[in-house]
Design a protein around this ligand. Sequence first.
Ligand SMILES: *Cc1c(COP(=O)(O)O)cnc(C)c1O
Length: 371
Amino acid sequence: MKVPLLDLKAQYHTIRDEVLAATRELYETQRFILGPEVEKLEERVARYCQTEYAVGVSSGTDALLISLMAAGIGPGDEVITTPYTFFATVGSIVRVGATPVFVDIREDTYNIDPKAIIDKITKLTKAIMPVHLYGQCCDMAPILELAHAHDIVVIEDAAQAIGSEYKGRRAGSMGDMGCFSFFPSKNLGAFGDGGMVTTSSGMLYEKLRILRVHGSEPKYYHKVIGGNFRLDALQAAIVLVKLSYLDQWTSARRANAGLYRELFSKEGMDDVIGLPVEKNGRHIYNQFVIVVQSRRDELRGFLNESGIGTEVYYPVPMHLQPCFEYLDAEKGDFPKAEAAAEKTLALPIYAELTDEQQAYIVQKIKAFYLS
Ligand SMILES: *Cc1c(COP(=O)(O)O)cnc(C)c1O
């Protein structure tokens, strides 16, 4: 049996006709940059994410970058974030000239530990960038409280978390801005790169729109320096089709997570495999990440030989990346992030995964540890 980590072809086959129809219209208009599809997607995503506004951008990375720019963050400023994230979170902080300040994660959710943030706040702290990792929101109440008390901007990295909820609030609606990615492997993926920034601030919305087109307002007049952060109409048209299916796909992912729990438990694996912990609301399972106490890489190799795709998100925490050596962090500084990097493994969780495939995966993991 073959089980890839993600099977985008299986998803495409279910929406092929709609996608082809939606894009065919655009070929006839030959209008590919921004335009009505992008505006329609912005309205839909804003509503979906419980915000007033949304601004379509060129990628999740650019969503982070433009949000930092809109918040006026730059050299001399500190931005608090997690070392256990995709590179773009920290890369974008450095690209605007600010200094990333790391706070370790909670070992149950892999998200930033709100209790540890207070010790890292200085008079230079301008923003907190919580990352809703794997599709589960950070514990936002204490983060928002701290941010409010210290007049700090909150930019949510919600690239893995569209539709994820914290106490009834959607990811991207709790901070000043929320950053989303339409990278194909995200729960709402385009056929290429794309992203979105959500906000309920009219002022930030205006700034984001201007920064997206090189800071131009009106056209060819520049009071600020922005970039080309535009979303393609083609990507917007495709994402619009997919957005109608998102809740259905999320339900399927959640059902798959439930089946993994049942199967691991039935096979007596509760003490061997740590399963994702759901806290405070709807987990959308961009990834289903297990934690093992030993031989993670060997397990990964064994599953690979058995035709099962897995991935490690992420093998090297940001404070140990060579390009961030100048931040002077050392091994041991963020032990929970380091432990997660060594012991976690993402299993297939995509909506079209079958019960038989899941049973096969669980059987193979059992065979590896218990035989
Ligand atoms: C995917 C991702 C990004 C970047 O999104 P791109 O669209 O690939 O640029 C940023 N942060 C996190 C946590 C991500 O998972």
